[in-house]
Write a protein that binds this ligand. Structure first.
Ligand code: ADP
Ligand code: MG
Length: 229
């Protein structure tokens, strides 16, 4: 079953007089409960593509259908609600709030959804446990290693039980050992919960963790590789 469909997506950035074509004509399908990797060199358009699918940016042309809903025509307000309800994010730089503890950072998406405090705390502790950080709940980001901070951000991405989780170079700042621990963690949670996961990377070893590898080159899909049939 297709969960996300992209039809003839284009993205052109305007910088003064210059026009930069980041995405040329992308048509793709993403199925529920599968793990995808967008693989390509720096500047190929991976982050742009991910941001469009996640409703963070708008395409210059084409359509994006997420669970039957056209997101390219949504207003900023509708997009904000769409992101709250359906998607989770993991960033290369973790993007945790420095003044909040691990537990508080994980509860944030639930605050926006007005979940009562007690339930919020309980759910956040469960998520911290799932990422192996129950003994760091009261630590601030500056009191944790990069790997631990990324675990917190993974817990935060999944706490809403989103239908899709998007990760842009999630291991870009981590050493090799931590990278593979993190990939096992994020793919394990997504598989357990039948969520769709889309990971952006330039690293072919990380791409091996995916069911489907989509090779991106110069703003176009170069090829699609099925790792598991
Ligand atoms: P990747 O994530 O694969 O490294 P990006 O999607 O970030 O690539 O960028 C694709 C192309 O679009 C690059 O040429 C980049 O310079 C350009 N680009 C990305 N974001 C912007 C922006 N906000 N304004 C202008 N050009 C941009
Ligand atoms: Mg990028």
């Amino acid at each position: 079953m297709d969960m996300i469909t992209l039809n003839h997506i284009k993205k052109i950035y305007r910088m003064g007089q210059e026009r930069i074509t980041a995405l040329k004509d992308i048509t793709l399908n993403f199925e529920k409960a599968k793990i995808y990797c967008l693989l390509g060199t720096s500047g190929s358009g991976k982050s742009t593509l991910l941001n469009l699918i996640a409703g963070l940016e708008k395409p210059s042309g084409g359509e994006i259908i997420f669970n039957g809903k056209h997101i390219e025509t949504m207003s900023e307000k509708q997009l904000a609600l769409f992101r709250q309800l359906y998607v989770g994010f993991v960033f290369q730089s973790y993007n945790l709030l420095p003044t909040l503890t691990a537990l508080e950072n994980v509860t944030l998406p639930l605050i926006f959804r007005r979940v009562p405090t007690k339930i919020r705390k309980k759910k956040a502790m469960e998520m911290l446990k799932a990422v192996g950080l129950e003994n760091r709940a009261n630590h601030k980001p500056s009191e944790m290693s990069g790997g631990q901070q990324q675990r917190v951000s993974i817990a935060r991405a999944f706490i809403n039980e989103p239908q899709a989780v998007f990760a842009d170079e999630p291991t870009g700042n981590l050493d090799t050992k931590t990278t593979f621990e993190m990939m096992d963690l994020i793919t394990g949670i997504a598989r357990n919960r039948s969520q769709t996961l889309i990971i952006v990377t330039h690293d072919t070893e990380i791409a091996d963790c995916a069911d489907v590898v989509i090779h991106i080159r110069d703003g176009e899909v170069e090829s699609i590789e099925n790792n598991r049939k």
